[in-house]
Design a binder for this molecule. Structure first.
Ligand code: ADP
Ligand code: MG
Length: 235
């Protein structure tokens, strides 16, 4: 189980997260929602130990820092360089490095996993293409395939559906449902409130502090959304 205890993050003088505490159920898909600048990305980065923070982030009772190999992460698209000259299959194979020893090469067995993952996200025909030639949705599918290869227990996706086509969105969502059925725990930062009921089992509503978290049926309600987004959201 993933737990966040009294997490606070400052960027210089700006308080981005204020004493956030919450729990994420295992083996479900949890959405993280909240307005722009609510600290959603900051929360994932804290669990991943990428940024300095106060408080604790725990996986099965231990500091998440000791289980980073258990987490596959796709950062927010704006932060990724996809002009980098690398083929689709090479990009996906990077997911195997988490499981390889230093200087060990990707072997046939791993290439087989890479090819299966590419197939899973319906990109077999694109395996030899440069990532720079892909559409936004295809590239997002490549990044998900990389997570599949990593075979981590936790999958963190930061706004995976922004600016992508509806076919890619459907393929990604179906793949995530399969991963859930395999027992993976999936955490998705998301801003389109209209999809929350369809996509997520649980939801975390964030605006610098925890507004609420739990099953969508219980916490995704008008009262909580007004606290998070302000009254204007229902006008
Ligand atoms: P969200 O993902 O919910 O949109 P973020 O976690 O990206 O929000 O950011 C939360 C707050 O922290 C925002 O006010 C943002 O401007 C600020 N922030 C995020 N990253 C940095 C950074 N590297 N340096 C300074 N301020 C930052
Ligand atoms: Mg963000």
């Amino acid at each position: 189980m993933l737990k966040v205890n009294n997490l606070s993050v400052y960027y210089n003088d700006v308080l981005a997260l204020d004493d956030v505490s919450l729990e994420v159920e295992d083996k479900v898909i949890t959405g993280i929602i909240g307005p722009n600048g609510a600290g959603k990305s900051t929360m994932l980065k804290s669990i991943l130990n990428i940024i300095p923070h106060e408080g604790k982030t725990l996986i099965d009772g231990k500091d998440s820092k000791s289980s980073l190999d258990q987490i596959a992460y796709v950062e927010q698209k704006a932060d990724i360089d996809h002009t980098f000259p690398i083929k689709v299959k090479e990009c996906v194979s990077l997911g195997t490095y988490a499981n390889l020893k230093l200087f060990q090469k990707v072997k046939n067995k791993e290439w087989e996993k890479v090819s299966q993952a590419i197939d899973k996200v319906n990109l077999s025909e694109y395996s030899e293409r440069q990532i720079g030639e892909l559409s936004g949705g295809q590239f997002q599918r490549v990044l998900l395939a990389r997570c599949l290869v990593q075979d981590a227990k936790y999958i963190f996706l930061d706004e995976p559906f922004v600016g992508i086509d509806s076919i890619s969105e459907k393929i990604i969502m179906e793949t995530l449902m399969d991963l859930k059925a395999q027992g993976k725990t999936i955490l998705i930062v998301h801003h389109d409130l209209s999809k929350v009921r369809d996509y997520f089992d649980d939801v975390i509503i964030l605006n610098k502090r925890t507004i609420d978290f739990g099953p969508v049926k219980e916490v995704f309600n008008e009262k909580n959304l007004k606290v998070a987004y302000g009254d204007s959201i229902f006008v």
